[in-house]
Design a protein around this ligand. Structure first.
Ligand SMILES: [Zn+2]
Ligand SMILES: [Zn+2]
Length: 334
């Protein structure tokens, strides 16, 4: 995939590319031409933490849209599962109104944790999107959690529980589902692990939103690029081996306890042409804050760039550094 992918990439990311290229590769050309066909463009917008919007032809898909950016740290700065859920509907509304393409037709959820799932019930209940059909794909636990958090019944009818191995066809694109794994804390423990086999009591604390089964998704737009979306910093590499995304979004939160990450993931994917780090910001600074981009960890970006260099020593893999809410045009990557 190296040569052909790399050659088209030279012109691929020019139009509207807002991210910074890291890892010493040549700069991308300036934008000077619009895509010929409206339907062929694919944009990616980082929503902070693990969240993304994929947009094409005026349509969009959301992945792990978490906009409340609630306080999560207890004494000593560690993640505290006993802290109350403090959703921020105003912040969610602000981004939904001003920062997104419009009502998504699909929402993908990697796992049940607060920083991935907690705002989905609010988004699904938005009056402004009431006349649009919005499907949600997630695991069974997340489906029960969405119901417990008051997701409107008519939206729950469109929440589809999926499993690793599913490959679903939508109008103009497909979504492949992979079984994945959650990141581990430094002592090898997992934050808020567990599953729910039925709708639980309404979640009140961060820890009430349990992981369930972590999933990754690959969205392949017909005639356009394919994008792998991961929301955690771990991988079941034999599940994902052979996937060949054009763009891979790689979770880069703490992974010191995970052997060979992210190298094992990149090797399983065959060195994708473009990598985007995610889950490497501070998770709490409001998206509207002028300093939001500075909360993204440069160390995480550097670590990913180094792994990319090991995985593709010929320079065939490029790491882009996304900026919150800015559109990255990845149309011609493929
Ligand atoms: Zn998590
Ligand atoms: Zn997370």
């Amino acid at each position: 995939m190296g040569q052909s992918r790399r050659s088209v990439l030279q012109g691929a990311l020019g139009a509207g590319a807002a991210g910074l290229l890291v890892g010493g590769a040549a700069p991308l050309p300036a934008a000077h031409s619009r895509r010929a066909q409206k339907g062929s463009s694919l944009g990616l917008r980082w929503l902070g933490v693990a969240g993304w919007e994929l947009s094409f032809a005026g349509r969009s898909v959301l992945f792990d849209p978490y906009l409340s950016r609630m306080p999560y740290a207890g004494e000593g700065g560690a993640l505290d599962p006993a802290l109350p859920l403090r959703l921020d509907p105003e912040a969610v509304e602000h981004v939904a109104e001003k920062g997104l393409t419009g009502a998504p037709e699909l929402i993908l959820i990697s796992h049940g944790h607060f920083d991935h799932l907690a705002d989905v019930p609010h988004l699904l209940g938005r009056p402004a999107w009431a006349d649009r059909r919005v499907r949600t794909l997630c695991d069974t636990t997340s489906r029960h959690l969405l119901a417990a958090m008051g997701t409107p019944a008519h939206r729950m009818a469109d929440v589809v529980a999926v499993n690793g191995g599913d490959h679903l066809q939508f109008d103009g694109y497909s979504v492949e589902v992979f079984r994945s794994l959650h990141s581990r804390q430094e002592d090898y423990s997992s934050f808020a692990a567990g599953t729910r086999g039925a709708v639980p009591a309404r979640p009140r604390t961060l820890g009430d939103l349990v992981e369930g089964q972590t999933l990754a998704f690959q969205v392949s737009v017909e005639g356009g690029p394919s994008v792998l979306l991961t929301g955690t910093s771990n991988v079941a590499e034999r599940e994902i081996a052979g996937a060949r995304p054009d763009v891979a979004v790689i979770g880069m939160s703490g992974h010191a306890a995970v052997h060979g990450y992210p190298d094992r993931l990149l090797d399983a994917l065959g060195a994708p042409p473009v990598l985007l780090p995610c889950h490497h910001d501070d998770m709490v600074t409001p998206l509207g804050d002028s300093g939001i981009s500075r909360t993204a960890s440069p160390d995480a970006v550097t670590a990913l760039a180094r792994a990319a260099g090991r995985s593709a020593p010929d320079g065939g893999t490029r790491v882009l550094e996304p900026r919150h809410l800015e559109l990255l045009d990845v149309t011609g990557v493929r």
